[in-house]
Design a protein around this ligand. Structure first.
Ligand code: NGO
Length: 520
C-alpha cells in the first residue's frame, strides 16, 4: 500500500504510537482524576494543523498562543491560532471555555480522537492545566528547544481532571543564596508543568534581604549585599519583583512573598542599628546557623518598620497572602513572641492581606483566615505535629510541608554532596509516599489547604543545584497536591516518573538519577 507524502494511514499511526517506548497507559504527572482509553485511534499533529480557540476569552487565547509557541519550536510547524474551525481537513486542537461548573475553577476535560484534540474548561486556568497534560501526552521531544522530526502522535483518550487541593506550592529560598529573575523564571517554567499554583519566595533571612523597600532602602542595598559563603548576594528591584509576579501569573501561579520574622532577621538588623534592642547594627552573617537573631519586639520602631515593609509588599503583591515566617524564634521570649505574632497579623490584615506563617505561629491566637505551614518532622520533633494540631484548633488551615517528605533540600542519600540531612535522607519514594490528610493525628482533609515543597538554599548556589534537588522529587509533591488519594501508588508512579526523564533531558534539566526509579 502506498500513501501520499505527508498523509499517514491509521495502521501507520497505530504502529508509530506503539513504537513509542512501552509505558503506563497514560504517563501523566500529576495523575489525572479520570482517564478513559479510547480504542486504537490516535491524533497526528501535522504541518497543516491549527489551534482553534472557540468560546474564548483573552486569557484563553493567550493560553493557546503559549501552547502554539511551544509546539512551533519543536515541530517547526506554522500552527496558526484561529477563532473559528476552518474548512478543509486540518487536524485541530481546540480550546474552549464552557459554562459547566462540574469541572470546577481549575479542572478541564480533554478528548483526543483521530480528528481532533478538544480541550474544555470553565476558566483559562483550567485550560492551562489541560495544556500541561496534553504536553505530556505528546512525544517527549515536544519539549525540545530546536526543531525535531515528527511524527507527533497522541493516542486517543478522554480525561476529566480537577485538583484535590487548592494550594499546591513550591517554596524557594532566595535569601541564603540569591537567584536572579531569569533563574526564578526558569523554575516557574519547570514547576508549572506539574500544575503547581503557588510560588512561595523566601525573601529575607539572616544572610540576606532580597526585595527593595523604598522606605528602608538599606535593607536591600546593605542587607542584600551578601549570602551564605560570602558571595555578592543581590536583591530584586520592585520592577524585578513585579516582573516575577507577572510571569508567575502567566503560568497561573500566585506569588506568596515571605519576610521572615521575628527571628531569621540578621540582614535587617545589620542594615539599621535602630532595629536592635541595644541600638547597635549587627555584622552581616554568611554562615548557616539558625535561631540567633530577633527583632526588638518591645520597640515601637519595629512595628513602624514592619508596617512599612508590609504596606510596600502588599502593594506589589496581587495574591491574597503574605508570609511572615515565625519559625525558630529561639532568641525571642515566649510572651514577646505571642504578642509579636498577634500584632503582626493585625498589620497584615490592615494592609488588606491574610497572613501565613510557619507552624510556630500557633503559639499565638490566630485571626480567621490565617494559614499555618507545617514543617517540622513527626519523627524528629513531637512539637511540630503538636503545633500543627494547635493551629487547626485555633481555626487555621494547614499547608503541609513535612521536612522528612517535602523538604527538597534534604539529601537523597549520604553520598549526595548537596543538601542537608537534619530531617533524614529523603529519597524519591519518601517524598512521594505520604498523605497530607493522614500525617498528623487530628488533622483531616478539611483542615488541609494543600501541600508545598520547600527548597532551602544554604548549600544550593545555582540553577543546576536547584534542579538536581527538585527533580525528581517535586513532581511527586505536585501529584500529592493534585491527584485523588486512590488509584495511584509508588509501584506505578515510578514508571510514570521514569517517563518524565526524556522530557527533562529535552528541557536541559539537571536531575538526580535515583536508583529507585526504572529510568529507561
Ligand atoms: C528549617 C528552617 C530554615 C532552614 C531549613 C533547612 C524552617 C521552616 N526553618 O525550616 O531556616 O533553612 O530548615 O532545611
Amino acid at each position: 500500500m502506498t500513501s501520499a507524502p505527508g498523509s499517514i494511514t491509521l495502521i501507520g499511526l497505530v504502529a508509530l504510537a506503539m513504537a513509542e517506548p512501552a509505558a503506563a497507559a497514560v504517563d501523566v504527572i500529576p495523575k489525572p482524576a479520570s482517564v478513559e482509553q479510547r480504542g486504537h485511534g490516535a491524533f497526528a499533529l501535522t504541518a497543516n494543523a491549527r489551534i482553534v480557540v472557540t468560546h474564548g476569552s483573552r486569557p484563553a487565547a493567550s493560553v493557546a498562543a503559549g501552547f502554539a509557541r511551544l509546539l512551533r519550536r519543536s515541530t517547526g510547524y506554522r500552527l496558526p491560532v484561529v477563532s473559528r474551525p476552518s474548512r478543509g481537513r486540518h487536524p485541530t486542537v481546540s480550546l474552549s471555555l464552557t459554562r459547566s461548573d462540574r469541572l470546577g475553577p481549575e479542572g478541564y476535560r480533554l478528548r483526543v480522537s483521530r480528528h481532533a484534540v478538544r480541550l474544555e474548561a470553565a476558566t483559562a486556568e483550567g485550560l492551562f492545566h489541560g495544556v500541561q497534560t496534553l504536553r505530556q501526552l505528546l512525544p517527549a521531544k515536544v519539549e525540545s528547544a530546536s526543531e525535531q522530526p515528527g511524527p507527533w502522535i497522541v493516542r486517543a483518550v478522554r480525561i476529566e481532571d480537577a485538583p484535590r487541593f487548592r494550594w499546591r506550592g513550591a517554596h524557594l529560598d532566595v535569601a541564603r543564596h540569591f537567584f536572579s529573575v531569569d533563574e526564578v523564571k526558569r523554575y516557574i517554567n519547570l514547576i508549572s508543568q506539574y500544575k503547581l499554583n503557588v510560588l512561595h519566595l523566601h525573601l529575607s533571612d539572616d544572610q540576606g534581604w532580597r526585595i527593595a523597600i523604598d522606605s528602608w532602602p538599606r535593607l536591600a542595598t546593605h542587607g542584600g549585599s551578601t549570602e551564605v559563603g560570602g558571595g555578592p548576594g543581590g536583591y530584586y528591584t520592585k520592577h524585578d519583583y513585579r516582573e516575577l509576579v507577572r510571569y508567575a501569573a502567566a503560568h497561573y501561579m500566585t506569588v506568596v512573598p515571605e519576610i521572615d520574622t521575628p527571628g531569621h532577621t540578621n540582614a535587617a538588623l545589620a542594615s539599621y542599628a535602630e532595629l536592635n534592642c541595644d541600638g547597635k547594627a549587627r555584622p552581616p552573617y554568611t554562615g548557616i546557623g539558625v535561631g540567633f537573631s530577633s527583632l526588638c519586639v518591645n520597640k515601637e520602631i519595629t512595628y513602624r518598620f514592619l508596617d512599612d515593609v508590609i504596606r510596600e509588599l502588599a502593594a506589589l503583591t496581587p495574591g491574597p497572602y503574605l508570609h511572615l515566617g515565625g519559625d525558630e524564634a529561639q532568641s525571642t521570649d515566649e510572651a514577646d513572641y505571642v504578642r509579636f505574632i498577634e500584632r503582626v497579623q493585625q498589620i497584615v490584615r490592615a494592609r488588606g492581606k491574610r497572613m501565613i506563617g510557619w507552624e510556630e505561629i500557633a503559639r499565638a491566637p490566630l485571626l480567621p483566615g490565617t494559614l499555618a505551614q507545617h514543617w517540622s518532622t513527626a519523627t524528629g520533633s513531637e512539637q511540630g505535629t503538636e503545633l500543627a494540631r494547635r493551629a487547626v484548633e485555633r481555626g487555621a488551615k494547614l499547608v503541609m510541608s513535612p521536612a522528612n517528605h517535602a523538604y527538597l533540600d534534604m539529601k537523597y542519600d549520604p553520598s549526595i554532596p548537596l543538601g542537608l540531612s537534619w530531617a533524614g535522607f529523603v529519597e524519591v519514594r519518601d517524598s512521594y509516599e505520604w498523605d497530607p490528610a493522614a500525617l498528623v493525628a487530628g488533622v483531616g482533609e478539611s483542615d488541609v489547604a494543600g501541600v508545598e515543597s520547600a527548597l532551602w538554599s544554604e548549600t544550593l548556589e545555582d540553577v543546576q543545584d536547584i534542579e538536581f534537588m527538585s527533580f525528581p522529587r517535586l513532581p511527586g509533591i505536585a501529584e500529592i497536591g493534585w491527584s485523588p488519594r486512590t488509584g495511584r501508588g509508588w509501584a506505578e508512579y515510578r514508571l510514570r516518573l521514569a517517563a518524565q526523564a526524556p522530557r527533562w533531558e529535552a528541557q536541559g534539566v539537571s536531575f538526580y538519577h535515583s536508583p529507585q526509579v526504572p529510568w529507561r
